[in-house]
Design a protein around this ligand. Structure first.
Ligand code: 6CS
Ligand code: FE
Length: 299
């Protein structure tokens, strides 16, 4: 059994630290070279994110109906795939929707998303994680600043930075209802956090993350270097962002929900190893380990 070298250690030092990314952002030589025009690909490489109009209103309506169906499904009441808000029973997220729902399975294989991932990651891809974050009006709580990769590396054993998320807005994303916020350029810096990962950390972290949280000095430095953006857009718009782009979103105290579906594409050449934090792997509904095969584009 080859033990993979940990090139991105975190949660081991007494002090936080910042390190240069050692992986490409855009990988050459993949099966798709023409989904994104070169200027958009270069902008993604430089900033770590890309915004676009993606799906049509009737598609948003179908996905929204599917979220409502899943939320009401008797067998999902209290299921591990359903995460509630930290201070109430309000549904915060539904995980693994690409396996729970044929509608989301179809979206994951839609070439408008899949081929962007295949082009950026330079390989065939599979879904590492999917989730709907509902962020209801008035009670949808924040997702504090974080790098997804730091968690996926430590707690899921994702070896290298070769994954991309796409957040598809199912409701209008305004400045006032807790839109996704990103730090442009932050994807090139790996922020090593302090604190040891507790067992079964996900039971807490998916409600309110407390480990793998970057320190305020590192966040201030990244924001000073690249600023903060909060892309707004109508339902149907989307943000593609690198697995290491620092992001978060504020609590939603407006009357309007901010519901997004997130699909995380991982390169088929970057499948999960043992978690680098040394704990047992997280459950399948959070990190795909079984039936890892390249996604076939839907016709
Ligand atoms: O731990 C995770 O995988 C989840 N946590 C956050 C805050 N974003 C990525 C993912 O949904
Ligand atoms: Fe995240």
């Amino acid at each position: 059994m080859t033990v993979l070298e940990d090139v991105y250690p975190s949660r081991v030092g007494a002090e936080p630290s910042r390190h240069p990314r050692v992986d490409p952002v855009v990988y050459a030589g993949g099966p798709i070279s023409d989904r994104l025009p070169d200027d958009e690909l270069r902008a993604y490489e430089r900033t770590g994110y890309l915004t676009t109009e993606l799906i049509q209103p009737w598609e948003v309506a179908a996905l929204t109906r599917e979220v409502q169906r899943l939320t009401a499904l008797p067998e999902l009441q209290g299921a591990d795939e359903v995460i509630t808000e930290p201070d109430s029973d309000v549904v915060r997220s539904i995980f693994m929707v690409h396996r729970l729902s044929p509608v989301f399975a179809q979206l994951a294989r839609d070439r408008r998303l899949l081929d962007v991932a295949r082009q950026i990651l330079g390989s065939e891809v599979y879904v590492h994680q999917s989730r709907v974050n509902l962020k209801p009006g008035f009670v949808g709580k924040e997702f504090y600043w974080h790098s997804d990769f730091e968690t996926w590396h430590l707690e899921d054993g994702m070896p290298r930075m070769r994954a991309v998320s796409v957040s598809v807005a199912l409701t209008d994303n305004h400045a006032y209802n807790g839109p996704l916020m990103l730090m442009p350029g932050s994807h090139r810096t790996y922020v090593a956090c302090v604190g040891e990962t507790p067992p079964d950390h996900y039971r807490q972290s998916l409600r309110k993350q407390e480990y793998g949280v970057p320190d305020e000095h590192s966040l201030s430095e990244l924001a000073r270097e690249g600023g903060i953006v909060a892309p707004t857009g109508p339902a149907g718009s989307a943000v593609f962002f690198d697995c290491n782009t620092m992001h978060g979103s504020a609590s939603n105290i407006s009357p309007e929900p901010r519901t997004n579906v997130f699909l995380v594409y991982n390169s088929i050449d970057n499948t999960l190893a043992d978690p680098f934090c040394g704990l047992p792997p997280r459950p399948e509904h959070i990190a795909t380990r079984q039936e890892v095969v390249p996604l076939e584009p839907s016709p």
